[in-house]
Design a protein around this ligand. Structure first.
Ligand SMILES: [Zn+2]
Length: 338
């Protein structure tokens, strides 16, 4: 299997963020990518630097005004505010926005959902190169690879069509889906990150050709807090094309695998032509988030169950934070496709 990754993805490197009332070191660190890349190579992956696809990777997924904001917003912010540090929102729309602000301070609150997703020097280039990794991995699968791994960092599954959040800016899963859809019609997405995949859910909520499935800790106790319930099923012709499996805090391997089995049955009935896996590793019992209790053996079983679907598969890296088992858990999943 090929691993797509570019060193420039390290350039997004916020020093700190405010979370739970405390200023903390940024959790989504560049060092994650070093650990994950080394683990992918150790698991037998072959290193590939993704081509530079420019904006063509992200334009099918995100709006023009959002991409303009991600690319140019920091300069505008610095001119307007005189602040030298990262761009972080102070204000958010109350309910649905009725006005699209001209003010960069307003645009920042419109496009960034929370304080976990600052934009700083180097962010845009890293975000774009992360999307290129997903784009190129999808092309590899279209060219006949049975599976490909996109080491996307920063991650993407919380990013909506024009909104960043939860360390995510561009929805890399959707980048892969849109490339697959240039030659295929029905695509399934399964998200095994410990947090709900609200980004791809919202992007494909009314699209009957993309099935979005997410297993995650009960969102009433964890980020993203406001979505991820079982009643969110899709809309219109896509009703039934979104499935959420919220799991109680502390869920371990056997209960997780039982839910995954049900989710895989759903995917089988949908009969997709390809699968995109939002591969978060933060369900690990050793992850700093510690919401679920998945072991390395559990991750191996997750990989095997997904590989058993027998579909061309793009694996897109999502969460999973610095902990002694981070690389081992990635290797455990990837070895299922050997
Ligand atoms: Zn996560």
């Amino acid at each position: 299997m090929k691993v797509f990754y570019c060193e420039s993805q390290r350039e997004h490197d916020p020093a700190s963020f405010v979370v739970h009332g405390h200023e903390r070191a940024y959790t989504e660190q560049p060092a994650r990518a070093d650990v994950l890349h080394e683990a992918a190579l150790a698991a037998g992956c072959i290193a590939h630097v993704p081509d530079d696809f420019g904006l063509s990777s992200v334009e099918p997924v995100h709006t023009e005004r959002y991409l303009d904001f991600l690319r140019d917003g920091l300069d505008a912010w610095r001119r307007a505010t005189g602040a030298a540090g990262p761009m972080v929102p102070s204000f958010h729309p109350f309910g649905e926005a009725k006005v699209y602000p001209v003010s960069i301070v307003g645009r920042c609150g419109f496009h960034i959902a929370d304080s976990t997703s600052p934009l700083s020097d180097g962010s845009w280039h890293a975000i774009l190169r992360s999307a290129h990794a997903a784009h190129h991995a999808a092309l590899a699968v279209l060219a006949g690879d049975g599976a490909a791994y996109a080491l996307c960092r920063p991650p993407g599954h919380h990013a909506e069509r024009e909104r960043a959040g939860g360390f995510c800016y561009v929805n890399n899963v959707a980048v892969a889906v849109e490339q697959l859809r240039t030659r295929m019609r029905r695509i399934a997405v399964i998200d095994v990150d410990v947090h709900h995949g609200n980004g791809q859910q919202s992007i494909y909520y009314s699209d009957p050709d993309v099935l979005t499935v997410s297993l995650h800790v009960d969102p009433s106790v964890a980020y993203p807090f406001f979505s991820g319930g079982v009643h969110e099923r899709g809309t219109g012709a896509a009703f039934g094309r979104n499935r959420n499996y919220p799991l109680p805090k502390g869920t371990g391997d056997d209960a997780y695998l039982a839910a995954l089995d049900v989710a895989c049955g759903e995917i089988g009935r949908f009969a997709p032509e390809a699968l995109v896996v939002a591969l978060g590793l933060d369900a690990s019992k050793h992850d700093p988030f510690a919401y679920l209790q998945i072991t390395e053996r559990g991750f191996a079983r997750i990989g095997m169950r997904l590989a058993q679907l027998g579909l061309p598969t793009v694996l897109v890296q999502e969460g999973g934070y610095l902990a002694p088992d981070l690389g081992d858990n990635l290797g455990a999943v990837l070895r299922a496709w050997r």
